[in-house]
Design a protein around this ligand. Sequence first.
Ligand code: AGP
Length: 372
Amino acid sequence: SAAEKGGYDYFMLKEIAEQPKAVADTLLGRIDASGSLSLDEVRISPSELREVDKVVVVACGTAFHAGLIAKYAIEHWTRIPCEVELASEFRYRDPILDARTLVIAISQSGETMDTLMALRHAREQGARVLAVCNTNGSTIPRESDAVLYTHAGPEVAVASTKAFLTQLVACYLVALYLGQVRGTKWGDEIQAVVRDLSRISCEVERVLETMEPVRELARSLASKNTVLFLGRHVGYPVALEGALKLKELAYMHAEGFAAGELKHGPIALIEEDLPVVVVVPSPRGRSVLHDKIVSNIQEIRARGARTIVIAEEGDEAVVPYADHLIRIPATPTLLQPLVATVPLQVFACELATARGNEVDQPRNLAKSVTVE
Ligand code: AGP
């Protein structure tokens, strides 16, 4: 009913708007005043966590994209090798796991069949499984050794939004916690990130306040057939997520690419007026990534692409090559997905509406895939 949607036309719009709160709630009580993490609810002891020599993330769909981003954070902050795999692939493989492997199973619903089977597969081989889940008491956390709940609140729209942001937050918490208990050399950086994380909910709020031009842009593209998404580093999974949202909501051909792969094939797709969304990493931090993507934008624009550039405030280098510029607040590189994904959600939702599609219940899809 309209009341359930809190005055919004769709659950998806409501859930997009709830993201600052969802992010803040997921952090709540997990970072103490001194800036150290306490994840007591994660029932794997610090001594066991110190033994971990490999992390494997398994998930499906949007949760898998959260896992892809988690890999960058886990490897950077903990120096533990991390693999990320689609649960539907992992479960039919012979993965190399043992008691020192930490498997992270990410699932909003906690009922996704492939993710459940993947975690059973992992436990049979002695690995420990930590669930990152949004649904209390669901099957995946019940069958795991430990759980870190995301506190997004119920997500009703089939297209995942607030659950994704909170999955990222939960994965960052796990990565930082692993770093903390293992005393990695990134101690100072960990402290700084913890501070930045506690501010991120306000940054998401600011993004939401500036979405009207994104909606206008989406409406102007309603008759297009294809939209491409490019990113590098953590911007690459963000590009994949932007494309997935567009597929499921707008029923458009949408694909995400690692920008470095352009020359290895995808650039052949570029034609006059083809919309290409580019997620630009911060010019501070790893500036080499930034410079590379600016040349990628130049390359595709020279071939006729209509460039839709998502870049941090104050990044002037992209201005000459952006047909449309979407600004996001400056964040540390690893946290950028928390702000960069939001415009892509709004973009897909508005395109779906403009094309007359059912936003909350896209055709052929179910909220959780509990069948094989
Ligand atoms: C996202 O918009 C999708 N509807 C879908 O990819 C979803 O993320 C996937 O099915 C995984 O679901 P889960 O998080 O409940 O396991």
